[in-house]
Write a protein that binds this ligand. Structure first.
Ligand code: ADP
Ligand code: ASP
Ligand code: MG
Length: 405
């Protein structure tokens, strides 16, 4: 007998028919003699709809009340799924995050899982129940409900798999695996049979929403193998695991992130310490900075440009605009019409020329690069948002047009 954790995303439980489809997968696994713990997301667009409802009432609600509201989405889908399983004649119980032992930090809206105490889950499994747990939520030290950030149900599933030492952790979604690019945008994207934690982590962080990046981070930390698969087609999916015996692919995928804004501080005096001052101001407010570009000093001044997430743009401008004068810089400008397109691949480390191929693909499509950043296994470019989809396709064609997988 094995312990199997299965996570179902919002589209997999979007309506009654889909809920019964999922109930069938779960009870099928249970009938084979396995213990089954299920993590569910809110149905379809419920989370977005709840956010819109909140906006109708108060455009700036407290994060605590937002979490109180958003946790309701998963409560609905968990109970409905449990009712479907009851109807099929199987023993089942649904649990909220706090009942399932998810203890989190107190950061409403982006709480971190501190610990999972799965006593209640275990008790229910011992009673031979199928256990359904609400994803995306936990409880903080004030006994308030918290949420883990958008897409957080993946992390809930991996956390349960890690703490209960599950034999298998399956992430069911609306595509049948991890592809070399978003298969909804790039029709000739190819499904990967397997991908390493590090590459998946980069892809997820760089915009491939198929897995939440924190879930991959946690899977890597606790060495939990994940399978990403479709709840609709029931084909084998993509395995996410440690790289050791895997053949290194040159490039494993192309990702796009439109949640980017660029800020430039113009005419910064060319003296030591100013970059430090700018970026420590931002980190003091927990604002993550991504690509950074500093121009060569000329006439004693230089420009410093960097990107932040769009949700942090206003905060970053509020902090830095009054500071421009203090720095002795001449101005600050920003641009929200940009996007980041990246390639990820463990093989690029040992293959010079990957960057040149990527830039050639952009040149051939007449797409201008505004900023570039690289690491051992990724290259990102900042371009105009209007060019982003064309860029993904052009880059994807460059690297994958004739690869058989
Ligand atoms: P769920 O609700 O199941 O969590 P998500 O919408 O969060 O599903 O993630 C699945 C979506 O991720 C797919 O529908 C697909 O459009 C998108 N996606 C983006 N990049 C990739 C990729 N490289 N491989 C597979 N899917 C991707
Ligand atoms: N329902 C939440 C969201 O839409 C969590 C999730 O789907 O993972 O972000
Ligand atoms: Mg998701």
């Amino acid at each position: 007998m094995s312990l199997i954790v299965q996570k179902f995303g919002g589209s997999s439980v979007a309506n009654a028919e889909r809920i019964f489809n999922v109930a069938d997968i779960i009870t099928g696994t249970y009938k084979q003699g396995n213990d089954v713990v299920v993590v569910v997301s809110a149905q379809g667009d419920t989370t977005d709809d709840l956010i819109a409802k909140a906006q109708e009432i108060n455009e700036n609600p407290s994060k605590r009340e937002m979490d109180m509201l958003l946790t309701a989405g998963e409560q609905m889908s968990a109970s409905l799924l449990a009712m479907a399983i009851e109807k099929l004649g199987f023993p089942v119980v649904s649990l909220l995050g706090w009942q399932a032992g998810f203890l989190t930090s107190s950061a409403y809206g982006s709480a971190r899982i501190k610990r999972v105490v799965p006593d209640r889950i275990q008790k229910e499994l011992d009673k031979k129940n199928i256990v359904i747990v609400t994803g995306f939520q936990g409880v903080n030290r004030y006994n308030d409900m918290t949420t883990l950030g958008r897409g957080g149900s993946d992390t809930s599933a991996v956390a349960i798999a890690a703490v209960m030492k599950a034999d298998l952790c399956q992430i069911y979604t609306d595509v049948d695996g991890v592809y070399t690019a978003d298969p909804r945008k790039v029709p000739n994207a190819k499904k990967l049979d397997v991908i390493s934690y590090n590459e998946m982590l980069e892809l997820a962080t760089l915009g491939a929403q198929v897995l939440n990046n924190r879930s991959v981070e946690m899977a890597k930390k606790y060495n939990i193998e994940l399978e990403v698969l479709s709840s609709l087609t029931r084909k084998r999916g993509t395995i996410v695991k440690e790289a050791n015996k895997m053949e290194k692919m040159l490039i494993s995928g192309v990702a796009k992130d439109e949640d980017v804004a660029r800020i430039s501080i113009i005419g910064v005096p060319d003296r030591p310490g100013l970059a430090f001052k700018i970026f420590s101001k931002l980190s003091g407010k927990n604002i993550n900075v991504d690509i950074i570009l500093q121009s060569v000093g000329r006439n004693g001044t230089k420009d410093i440009s960097f990107t932040v997430g769009r949700s942090n743009l206003q905060d970053a401008l509020d902090i830095l605009t009054p500071y421009v004068e203090v720095l002795g810089a001449s101005g600050i400008v920003h641009d929200e019409t940009v996007a980041k397109v990246s390639i990820v691949g463990a093989g690029m480390e040992s293959h010079p020329g990957v960057a040149a191929d990527m830039f050639e693909a952009l040149f051939e499509s007449n797409i201008n690069i505004r900023m570039i950043s690289t690491s051992e296994i990724k290259i990102s470019v900042l371009i105009d948002q209007a060019d982003a989809d064309r860029a993904v396709t052009a880059i994807h064609n460059k690297f994958f047009s004739d690869v058989a997988m």
